[in-house]
Design a protein around this ligand. Sequence first.
Ligand code: HEM
Length: 282
Amino acid sequence: MGILEWATSPLGQRVPIHIAWFLIWVALIAGLVFLIVHAIYVRYFAGEMDFASDTSTSETLELPPRIPRHSLAARLFHWIMAAAMFVLLFTAFLPKVGIQFNWVTYHWIAGTVLTISILFHVVHATFYLDFWSIWPDRSDLEDTWKRLQRFIGKRAESPRKFAKYPLENKLYHGVVMLSGLAVIITGICMMFRVRTIFFPRNPYLFSDMTWGLMYVLHGLAGVGLITLTIVHVYFAVRPEKLPITASMIVGSMSREFYLKEHDPKRWVIEGLSHPRRTADGD
Ligand code: HEM
């Protein structure tokens, strides 16, 4: 049993037509296994994270009781994108596991919402947010190396507290971004295969082989997003992460939570009387 389904084109060529749908179950099980293993690890094996502490009292006193984390625009983007993502996942995969309904229209409408929300996010993050806050930097790698050394029982200095996002979040964002771009770019092309309000249907736009590969990429990135979504929701509802999840609703987190995990020199809060410029000793 291969991971792709094949057919013979009118020209007699063997072409892939889409992924084999058992991959839906593989993705679902992979997500569930991840969360079970992680939950057991945290419950029975992980200790408290031990950070190098260098936050001075004067720095702490300058901070407001609530630390702004996500602007209203960023929160609206997040929830619109999340709603579109759930509609896309359910409309794509429920019919493949036996729940039949007329899914294609709902699917491309949600795809259009996702595409517009991501375009908004790219412009917003590039020009109005701290663009570099979500990309791994040198200190992330140094600190992750220290965390790994300590994890395997070797002696190493304590890692610094995080900037706005730990390396794990940055890597997750990178993978979701690549899968998201893959479904969006292929999805826009696939809209030529169905009737939409945007352009006339044209199933002859690409060769059978190119269409086939496009459906395969759309499907692979799509099932990947099943696992990624499960992992994301799992972390969002973990008790120790609830303040972060709440900040995606109310926009801010408590000063205590901020100081526990974040380094004010690496995640500078705007609007303080003496803003300290940026990261890592610069
Ligand atoms: C979470 C994101 C997405 C997932 C999981 C997903 C998944 C899928 C799957 C499994 C199919 C069936 C393909 C096949 O039969 O081989 C499909 C079809 C389709 N997708 Fe998506 N998709 C996503 C995002 C998008 C986006 C962003 C768009 C548009 C911008 C889009 C447009 C389409 C269209 C038009 C079809 C119908 C193709 C046809 O019936 O010929 N999808 N999608």
